[in-house]
Every structure is written in C-alpha cells, then in structure tokens.
Design a protein around this ligand. Structure first.
Ligand code: GLY
Length: 344
C-alpha cells in the first residue's frame, strides 16, 4: 500500500453547523495547521510512543503545544488515563478555546476524543489517524470512550472532531497485522455498499470508506437506528476479542464475524448460499483475511458473550444481510447461532 500520484481528497462529514472535513492523501499532515480552530492558542497533542508525525514540527505549527503520551493497548484505555490527560490539560492551561489533537490509531483517538469531550465540558478535537482502521472507521463519526473492567467501550460520549487528517504516508510503516485490521473494516464497507473498493487506488479507497461512514453518521449520528449497520460482523467479533483475551485483534475478528453473519443469515433464510460464498470470496480471496472461527473456543461461551453485547436490546441482536440489504435483527434464536458456530 504505497504511493500514488492521486491528489488529496477532502470528504465532508455533513452534520450541519458541526460539519467537518476529512483530508485524505499522502502528505495530508501539511494541512493540519489550517484545520485547527482559529481560536486555538495552545494544543495538547495526545499520542503514543513511536507514532509518526509527532516529532515533526508540522504537528501543531504556529501554536504552543504539549505532547502527552498515553499507554499502549486496551489495558490503557481507561478512566484513569482520561483523568491523567485532563489533569495535564489543566496544568498546561488548556482552555475551551484551545484544541486537543489526537495522533494515532483508534485507541488514541477514542481516548483523546473522550478527554476532549469531558474537559471543561468540551474542547475542540482534531484527529490525525495513523492506522488504516483509524482512517476508515475509528477517527470518523465522533464515537469516543474507554473500557471498564466490566467491558469494552462502556463509558464514552459522542463528540465530533473539528477535522480529521488521514495522511497515507503513515501506512508505509504500518505493521502487517494493523493493515489486516483495517482491511477487515474495509471488507465490511464492501458488503454495506457493494463497492469494489480494492479496484480503487489507495487515496480513493480510503476516501470512499470515509464517505460511506460519513453518510451513515450524518443519517443517524447517535445510533438511534441506521448507524448500527456499521456493526456488521461485530457481534461475533466482540465475543471473539473477549474470549481470546484480545489475542485476536479487532479487524481480524470483524473478518471472521462478517462470514459468520452471512452463514447465520443463510440459516435464517435471509440470503442464499451464493451470497455466503460471495462473503467468503471477498473476505478470504480478495482481502486475504482469515474467515474461520479460531479452534479451541467454547461456542457456548461465545453465545453467552454475544448475549451480553451492549447493542443487544432484545436477546441476541445481529446485523444481518437480507433481501433489503444489511439491517439490525433483534431476537435471533440462540440455537441457530450455536448451530452456525458449530458448522464446519
Ligand atoms: N465503529 C462504528 C461506529 O462508528 O458507529
């Protein structure tokens, strides 16, 4: 996934007076300065060790800024980290007119966004997404939050950024596993729209994913309904992440979850075998991702974990393909879910 001569693309997330641009392209970090709120005199740059761009003077040009590193991994995605960030913001004198800049993958932008939503009851935040998953999903749409010991992302806020930068140069050094995670979310967009994303060059492909997500978010910012389709493949994915203690990464689990969701939809008579085969061909063949449920997991436990999913309003809730496209389906029979897990 390297260079392209394509120019940068600017996609708008159309949220009325809170609409914001997402700039996609190689070298897009150069536009960061022009995307910061005009009122900002100081920036708090929230990041992790080893993230690109942070040592670059371009990260917060023209204004005073402090770089604050947070820990790596789900175990650092906590209320304590948010408290530490807010205390640092207070100590450096960050005001409501200033800006938080989250530079990193989905974990950084989720935590930086939640700290920005909470400090002084809300300060502007700009995200610089440095992973493929961050660019096509996590940094877009204003979901922020942290984990509790009781579960993932249980505390958070909807807090839209003022702008997002997706500098594709960051992907040149992305570890293979991180790249697969982004591809898992990208395969999801394939099924939501039917777009042949892999036929596009990288700039257009990332921009198109942003556009798809922006449209869904604009139609249902707070997930009263339609936005839940962005969780296609995610019900099993979250259960797999918990059951494997996160040894399977989110995007990898989504790839498995997409094919599982297709098999479940076929068992429920919503789609035919050809559409299941298409899921398999896209996820494994085109995107090169693993689609089988890892060996050695207790399928009964997976069903229980899926019943505890925070989106499960009425028994087992899945996002499933069907004659009217992908939609949220509550009240799915646990026996059908178990039988699909047990399929070989
Ligand atoms: N990642 C799903 C959403 O933003 O709604």
């Amino acid at each position: 996934m390297t260079g392209t001569s394509n120019p940068r693309r600017r996609v708008e997330v159309p949220l009325g007076d809170r609409a914001y641009p997402v700039v996609v392209g190689h070298g897009a970090i150069d536009e960061l300065a022009s995307l910061l709120p005009a009122t900002a005199r100081r920036a708090a740059v929230v990041t992790q060790p080893g993230i690109p761009f942070v040592t670059d003077p371009g990260v917060a040009p023209g204004i005073e800024h402090d770089v604050i590193e947070i820990g790596v991994g789900e175990s650092a995605k906590t209320m304590r980290t948010v408290e530490e960030l807010c205390r640092r913001f207070a100590r450096v004198g960050l005001s409501r007119h200033d800006v938080v800049i989250g530079v990193g993958g989905g974990m950084v932008t989720d935590v930086a966004g939640f700290a920005a939503a909470s400090y002084h009851r809300g300060v502007p935040v700009v995200h610089v997404a440095t992973t493929l998953l961050g660019m096509v999903d996590a940094a877009i749409g204003g979901k922020t939050g942290v984990n509790l010991p009781e579960g993932k992302n249980l505390v958070g806020a909807f807090w839209q950024p003022s702008a997002v930068v997706c500098d594709l140069d960051a992907l040149d050094t992305l570890p293979e596993r991180e790249r697969r995670c982004g591809l898992g979310e990208m395969a999801k967009y394939h099924f939501l729209t039917g777009d042949d994303l892999l036929a596009m060059d990288l700039v257009d492909r990332v921009a198109r994913c942003v556009e798809i997500k922006a449209d869904v978010v604009a139609a249902d910012e707070r997930e009263g309904g339609r936005r839940a389709i962005l969780n296609y493949g995610h019900t099993l994915a979250h259960a797999l992440e918990t059951a494997t203690d996160h040894t399977i990464a989110h995007g990898e689990a989504v790839a498995v979850g997409l094919v599982f969701a297709a098999r479940l939809a076929a068992r429920l008579g919503r789609i035919d075998a050809a559409r299941v085969d298409e899921h398999l061909a896209v996820v494994e063949g085109e995107y090169g991702l693993h689609a089988s449920i890892p060996d050695g997991l207790d399928h009964g436990e997976l069903v229980e974990l899926m019943q505890r999913d925070k989106k499960a309003l009425d028994g087992l809730t899945f996002v499933l393909d069907g004659p009217d496209g992908v939609e949220v389906v509550p009240g799915v029979d646990p026996a059908a879910v178990r039988a699909t897990l047990d399929e070989r």
